[in-house]
Ligand binder design. Structure first.
Ligand SMILES: [Zn+2]
Length: 342
């Protein structure tokens, strides 16, 4: 089958069109013919190489996959050939205390499609049958592939970790990113007031269309000054962080007394200063968050079926254009998800 793989770590030039054998399924696994695979920043981190990450080369990237079932193993009962599906990206042991309590994202053996296991930059992928979920009928394959990783991540952050409440104010950084788009919509769904930041007026206009109540152009204004102005010096209840070093200190200072900061990433750098006096005297809470549990994804998908949450696809490119697609993400040229189709 055709795939885009890497045989070494590096820049986008290491992405190569390769011909590789079709995956062979075990009795509890499903073979899926891929119709769409959405990109994530995770793909770029893996391509560049992560500490301690040893991959079997050539490695196929891509966590967010939608397609049709091609074949099922002899023990599989929950799906059959021809079904239109999307895949939960999370792979885990399914028998430890975390997995059995729906917190598989804390499993010691946690993995994802495209992380250590082969992913979706290909014509076919295999996964355990537990990862196969029905595609919401009102979504195209491209839209369905745009959902799992970013909406699960943002849901776990705002619902699972900080329990965002109606009437609270949440600051969402980088509104044009995949998790930003998800966080704006989830914030509104939960009844919060959403303040969104982005670098251009065009992106802010789109954030407003998704429901953001207040907008900050961080290339023109200091976002901390704007938070003070917009909240009458009060500060926000929750900061949705994923940019890291560039925003960290001011994100902490944007919080109201007793506020919560939740972070799932550090795309701009991974060192953040923290004045410990500020942390204890303002009684601030800092939350780390990584993906989300399988039950949370099922909950998220219900809101897509009802139309309360909407995928945002920026562009669809052929699989062969994987390098161009990743560059768009690295240059922050997109508003929403970049999707590959084989
Ligand atoms: Zn486990």
């Amino acid at each position: 089958m055709k795939a885009v793989g890497i045989t070494s770590h590096g820049g986008s030039e290491v992405l190569e069109l390769i011909d590789c054998p079709q995956p062979e399924i075990e009795s509890n696994e499903v073979l899926v013919r891929i119709k769409a695979c959405a990109l994530n920043h995770l793909d770029i981190w893996i391509r560049r190489g992560l500490p301690g990450l040893k991959l079997k080369m050539p490695h196929i990237l891509g966590a967010d996959i939608a397609g049709t079932v091609e074949a099922v193993g002899s023990l599989v009962r929950n799906t059959k050939p021809g079904d239109e599906v999307l895949l939960s990206p999370s792979l885990s042991c399914m028998h430890c205390e975390y997995c059995l309590s729906g917190r598989d994202n804390l499993c010691a053996q946690y993995d994802m499609l495209g992380l250590r296991s082969p992913g979706g930059y290909a014509e076919m992928v295999k996964c355990p049958s537990v990862n196969v979920l029905p595609k919401p009928a009102n979504l195209t394959f491209e839209e369905a592939a745009s959902v799992p990783l970013v909406f699960l991540t943002a849901w776990h952050m705002l619902v699972g970790r900080v329990d965002l409440r109606p009437g609270e104010i949440v600051l969402v950084h980088a509104a044009g990113s995949g998790v930003g788009i998800a966080a704006i919509q989830i914030g509104k769904l939960l009844g919060a007031r959403v303040i969104a930041t982005a670098s251009t007026k065009e992106k802010l206009d789109k954030a407003a269309q998704l429901g953001a109540d207040d907008l900050i152009n961080y290339s023109e204004h200091d976002f901390l000054d704007e938070i003070k102005r917009l909240t009458n010096k009060r500060g926000v209840d929750v900061v949705f962080e994923h940019t890291g070093e560039a925003t960290w200190e001011k994100s902490v200072r944007s919080l109201v007394r007793g506020g919560r900061l939740v972070t799932c990433g550090a795309t701009s750098g991974h060192n953040g200063n923290l004045d410990i006096r500020y942390l204890f005297s303002k009684q601030i809470a800092l939350f780390g968050s990584y993906m989300g549990g399988k039950p949370e994804l099922l909950e998220v998908l219900k809101h897509f079926e009802s139309g309360r949450l909407k995928p945002v696809v920026d562009r669809v490119l052929p699989l062969e254009a994987a390098a161009e697609a990743q560059k768009a993400l690295e240059n922050r040229a997109q508003f929403g998800k970049v999707v590959l189709t084989p």
